[in-house]
Design a protein around this ligand. Structure first.
Ligand code: NAP
Length: 311
């Protein structure tokens, strides 16, 4: 079986930082085309839009959509209509209800639809899931605090409706949480802080619980300067499990169990190749549903305007 011929759509930060090197490091898939309004990539075939790509490069088997969530549904629908397998960056869309339509299209067309959650591929996540499967969970605390000016420079889409604001990174924490906890959880309360000039929140506090009444609290902040924090602490009947550095490192009562290298996107592409080869899709909407709940149930506070250039 020949390599899967892949096109990247949207040559922005994540495509350059992670997708291109991960594709190069993965057997069974090769980058053969780019759709970008603004950039080219060496000798790789270039198209300005996904429609030009679908018309001009019929040999492409699959597309990786690295665009903002607001434009992804239409791109995914076009690609599936053209018979391509589709990889969606996270979050998988700008609304929950747009996804079942894509899932149905993939099923009818017998194509793979893969809604990626890159943080679930971090080195500490699977060992944490295995550890917690056998434990009584007493409480959970998430701190996901980063500096938007450092990590999302110039990304104005993040502040628009559907851009999710601080939930753009925060949903990564929820993708890990919903993978490692053995039981389903639900949102009970939230406070979302919206800059007066933005349509998406810059900070959020979320309370979740479960059937047993476990306290689960998440704090998301997009204005964290100094040390950046992407930690999940789980107190159990057998001590505290901490996933830090976005899931790359795992501690039990302060003792390090896992200190993994950054291989999330290689994990994503290995899985994409496997899903295509075995004729499957993988679309888990749980993290997106929790974020939608926060927008539905959360109390809103208006805070001072966000201006990207630091004062
Ligand atoms: P980005 O740097 O803004 O890149 C997105 C790219 O999409 C743009 O460079 C542009 O590419 C294209 N694009 C933007 N607006 C568009 C529009 N209206 N129509 C069509 N194409 C458009 O953003 P990013 O950080 O790469 O994030 C993209 C997605 O990846 C987001 O969903 C984000 O959550 C996810 N992600 C980001 C990170 C990260 O650390 N940055 C990590 C994991 C996941 P062209 O100019 O090439 O057309």
């Amino acid at each position: 079986m020949g390599d899967i011929r892949l096109a990247i759509v949207g040559l922005g930060k994540i495509a350059r930082d992670q997708h291109i090197p991960a594709i190069a490091a993965t057997e069974g898939i090769e980058l053969t085309a780019i759709a970008s309004r603004n950039a080219k990539l060496g000798a790789v075939a270039h198209f300005a839009t996904i429609d030009d790509l679908l018309a001009g490069a019929p040999e492409v088997d699959a597309v990786a959509l690295c665009t903002p969530p607001q434009v992804r549904r239409a791109q995914a629908a076009s690609a599936l209509r053209a018979g391509k397998h589709v990889l969606l960056e996270k979050p998988p869309g700008a609304s929950v209800s747009e996804l079942p339509v894509l899932i149905a299209a993939a099923e009818i067309g017998k194509r793979t639809l893969f809604a990626t959650w890159h943080s679930r591929f971090a080195a500490g996540v699977e060992p944490a899931r295995i550890f917690l499967a056998e434990r009584e969970i007493r409480s959970v605390r998430i701190e996901w605090k980063e500096d938007v000016r450092v990590w999302h420079p110039g990304q104005t889409w993040i502040w628009e409706p559907g851009g999710l604001g601080v939930f753009d990174p925060g949903i990564n924490a929820l993708s890990i949480l919903t993978r490692i906890l053995p039981q389903p959880i639900f949102l009970t309360a939230a406070e979302l802080r919206f800059p007066e000039n933005c349509a998406a929140p810059i900070a959020a506090d979320l309370d979740f619980s479960d059937e047993a009444g476990t306290l689960i609290r998440a704090e998301f902040d997009f204005l964290q300067t100094g040390p950046q924090t992407w930690d999940i602490h789980v107190d159990t009947d057998q001590g505290r499990l901490t996933l830090s550095s976005g899931g790359a490192r795992l501690f039990h009562d302060g003792r390090i169990l896992v200190d993994g290298e950054d291989a999330e996107y290689r994990g994503i592409y290995r899985r994409f190749v496997d899903l295509i080869r075995t004729g499957q899709s993988d679309v888990d909407l749980t993290p997106l549903a929790h974020v939608a709940d926060a927008f539905m149930l959360g109390r809103r506070k208006t805070v001072e305007a966000f201006v990207e250039e630091a004062a």
